[in-house]
Design a binder for this molecule. Structure first.
Ligand SMILES: [Zn+2]
Ligand SMILES: [Zn+2]
Length: 359
């Protein structure tokens, strides 16, 4: 899986409607499987492909949970994979990968895409806005060089499986036709190890630690998952390697908050600035700018500064919203206090700005 799901219409492949019952789906699958079974169409690559496609479609649509995930992915479109817009988190992706590893079409036994790995990466708010290139530690399974990946001592201490004759598959009859199944005796490998490779304990793979450079695009949000294709576990028997899913955690900023591509900043005003008006300096993520506060600005008023938000890679910039609030002066000097008292007395008329609450 994967993105393939966006392109593949499993319902169409099986010729059923999107709200078909499981029984209906199974019925159509059996019919199509009989028509296209490779045993009945030897040497016909088109039938073989069709058979693989309907097997894949059926394995998803007859499993209630997988069908739900598939429907979800199809409904959400590409955003299901971007990590933004609340798609799947890394864990969900891992699950889906795990489940799909179990699916095999005709002749696909033992050829699995490598496992997907997950790792977390914490970056600062400013880094998330500007993007960065950083190193991520990676522990990757690689083929054991001592046995060239086959798990036997020196890569030679093995013999061909005499149960399956080396094909790795045995036939089993199920209902209408026979299925190829991975050979139990050799676990689908086609060969049996006589003496184990000591380096990898017959696993054929060893863990290798390395760091890889990861490019984080500008504007990534908290929770974004970046997929690095091919940096996961080694695929079996030539299947593609798995992916590395890097889940980004963004540290909160001391002052800025993020809302989509917009930034929100709360700024205190002296009440003289609010009453008389002022030009104040405010920070953006990268510089300082001036903001004109008109006289009589109430607490809570928000000013929009166009284009000073976050600029996600390939998209337009968000805006900066500056919300002001009144911050009464602390620790007044005696003379300042006198001035304020005379100011109050000049305005005292018996009315208060709260009178409307009691009307
Ligand atoms: Zn065998
Ligand atoms: Zn080995």
């Amino acid at each position: 899986m994967n993105r393939d799901w966006l392109e593949k219409d499993f319902y169409k492949v099986l010729g059923v409607s999107q709200n078909a019952s499981i029984d209906e789906i199974k019925k159509n699958y059996k019919k199509l499987a009989r028509e296209n079974h490779p045993d009945l169409n030897p040497g016909d690559p088109e039938a073989e492909k069709k058979f693989k496609d309907i097997s894949e479609a059926s394995s998803i649509l007859t499993d209630e949970q997988k069908r739900q995930e598939y429907d979800q992915v199809r409904a959400m479109g590409p955003s299901a994979f971007s990590g933004q817009g609340g798609g799947f988190n890394a864990e969900d992706l891992g699950d889906i990968f795990g489940n799909l590893g179990d699916i095999f079409g005709f002749g696909g036994a033992g050829r699995r895409k490598g496992q997907s790995y997950q790792t977390n990466l914490t970056i600062s708010f400013v880094e998330s806005a500007s993007g960065l290139e950083t190193n991520v530690p990676l522990r990757k399974e690689v083929a054991c060089s001592d046995c060239r990946g086959n798990g036997s001592e020196n890569g030679t201490a093995y013999h061909t499986c005499n149960i399956c004759g080396g094909s790795g598959q045995t036939a089993s009859n199920q209902g209408f036709f026979s299925f190829a199944q991975p050979c139990q005796a050799c676990r689908g490998q086609g060969s049996v190890i006589d003496k184990q490779c000591k380096t990898c304990k017959a696993q054929g793979v060893v863990i290798k630690s390395e760091t890889i450079k990861v490019k984080i695009p500008a504007g990534v949000d908290n929770g974004t998952v970046i997929r690095l294709r091919g940096y996961g576990g080694t695929g079996d028997n030539g299947a593609p390697d798995g992916d590395l899913l890097v889940q980004i955690a963004v540290e909160p900023h001391k002052y800025f908050k993020r809302s989509g591509s917009d930034l929100v900043l709360e700024v205190p005003l002296l009440f003289t600035e609010a009453a008389l008006g002022a030009t104040i300096k405010i920070p953006t993520l990268e510089k300082q700018i001036s903001l004109k506060i008109p006289s009589g600005t109430p607490s809570g008023k928000t000013f929009k500064i166009k284009g000073e938000g976050i600029t996600p890679q390939g998209r337009r910039s968000g805006d900066l919203y500056v919300k002001v609030y009144l911050n009464p002066p602390q620790n007044l000097s005696r003379s300042a206090k006198k001035h304020l008292e005379s100011f109050r007395d000049q305005f005292e008329s018996g009315d208060t700005p709260r009178d409307y609450l009691y009307e």
